[in-house]
Design a protein around this ligand. Structure first.
Ligand code: 0YR
Ligand code: MG
Length: 370
């Protein structure tokens, strides 16, 4: 039974001084989250991912403390979905929420509930979700392709990831003010890596139709696996029009906050690689709904890693539509059982729970006042 909740905010430095994509430039990854205490010895941990902006991180932890906690205290945790419904369909919160702060707070809580459920069962979450050990889950690495790297740094980094660390797939950012520069960078990366490495590109919602159609049409020349978030995040009709006009498949989903949002994009034909993020949707519960929806439409799911894959690895092992998961190493060292990747293939986590238990030393080192 749930007895109390305690929130936290961690700001963890990224692996360089600063990294940038076409729209964001950050020095730290934010982890507003929650510990859920029970009347047994078990504690559940859950968190969401942000750009470490303390004022908005506090809106998320306030939402947990002031709105969700009272719905949870005294409840059993055996059915996370039942509690998810109680929180997601709570009338006053629906009135002010359904996307953004309330959903990210819900995600943190939902992940903590799944963590608890698997801890009670003394098994890693992937087993609780029905996963089998036979799957080879591939990691693609995003931490080499930042837009603020000059071309030499970019090449050096993607070479390190592929030649030295053994990744077979990497993602690079695009969306420079001058699109010719994007083309040169993609061409240089393709030349440096040869034809056996998969290259994904990510514009983080930067481009517009028809202004940027030319560069979008060029991507096919470099055998790019997907173009991610080419247009503004909410532009359903734009993405479906674009999909009819370019050969490169479209990936998106990291800025969508509900199953209904995904349904719109999928049914309009505007997305090929579906990218739910369990830390932005309402947790594992709703991310699984998105995976099932994608599966009905025979679309591959490649989750976005707002958790740096730490907890979504479990759902990715368990769900048949996922073969590839994003990875960025920024927060991995903070956990009791850090993720392990060998030549681009994830190892199976073994500790009970959702992989979210944070080591106390890092709680202290990176913790901010909630
Ligand atoms: C940095 N992954 C992404 C990072 C990343 C962003 O701003 O948050 O690039 O979330 O688009 O696919
Ligand atoms: Mg992205």
């Amino acid at each position: 039974m749930i007895t109390s909740l305690e929130t936290f905010i961690l700001h963890v430095p990224v692996t360089r001084d600063r990294i940038a994509d076409s729209t964001h430039s950050i020095t730290h990854w934010g982890m507003p989250g929650v510990k859920i205490m029970t009347d047994s010895e078990h504690v559940g941990y859950g968190f969401t991912g942000t750009h470490a902006h303390l004022a908005s991180d506090r809106l998320i932890t306030d939402c947990i403390t002031n709105c969700y906690a009272e719905l949870l205290i005294g409840e059993e945790v055996d059915e996370p979905r039942k509690l998810w419904e109680k929180m997601a369909y709570n009338p006053p919160l629906q009135w002010v929420g359904r996307a953004g702060i309330t959903t990210m707070a819900l995600a943190a809580v939902d992940i903590a509930l799944w963590d608890l459920k698997s801890k009670y069962r003394e098994e890693p979450l992937w087993k609780t979700l029905g996963g089998k050990e036979e799957k080879k889950l591939e990691a693609y690495n995003t931490d080499g392709g930042w837009l603020n790297f000059n071309q030499d740094m970019l090449i050096e980094d993607v070479k390190r990831l592929t030649l030295q660390d053994g990744y077979k797939s990497i993602k690079m950012k695009v969306g420079k003010p001058d699109s010719n520069e994007d083309i040169h960078r993609i061409e240089a990366v393709r030349k440096a890596l040869g034809n056996d490495v998969r290259i994904m590109t990510d514009a983080n919602g930067r481009w517009r139709l028809p202004d940027n159609l030319e560069i979008l049409s060029c991507l096919k020349d470099f055998d790019v696996t997907w173009i991610e978030e080419p247009l503004w995040h909410d532009d359903v009709s734009g993405h479906s029009e674009l999909a009819k006009n370019i050969q490169t498949p479209i990936a998106l989903g990291e800025m969508l906050y509900s199953l209904a949002h995904f349904r719109e994009f999928i049914s309009s034909g505007g997305v090929r690689f579906v990218q739910p993020d369990a830390t932005r949707l309402g947790g594992i519960t709703e991310a699984l709904d998105v995976c099932n929806l994608a599966q009905e439409h025979q679309l591959p799911v490649t989750p976005h890693a707002g958790d740096m894959a730490q907890t979504q690895i479990h759902m990715s092992i368990a769900h048949p539509s996922i073969e590839l998961l994003e990875f960025i190493p920024w927060i991995t060292h903070c956990f009791e059982e850090p993720l392990k990747i060998d030549s681009g293939i994830f190892s199976y986590p073994q500790m009970p729970g959702a992989g979210t238990t944070i080591r106390n030393e890092y709680m202290e080192m990176y913790g901010k006042k909630v």
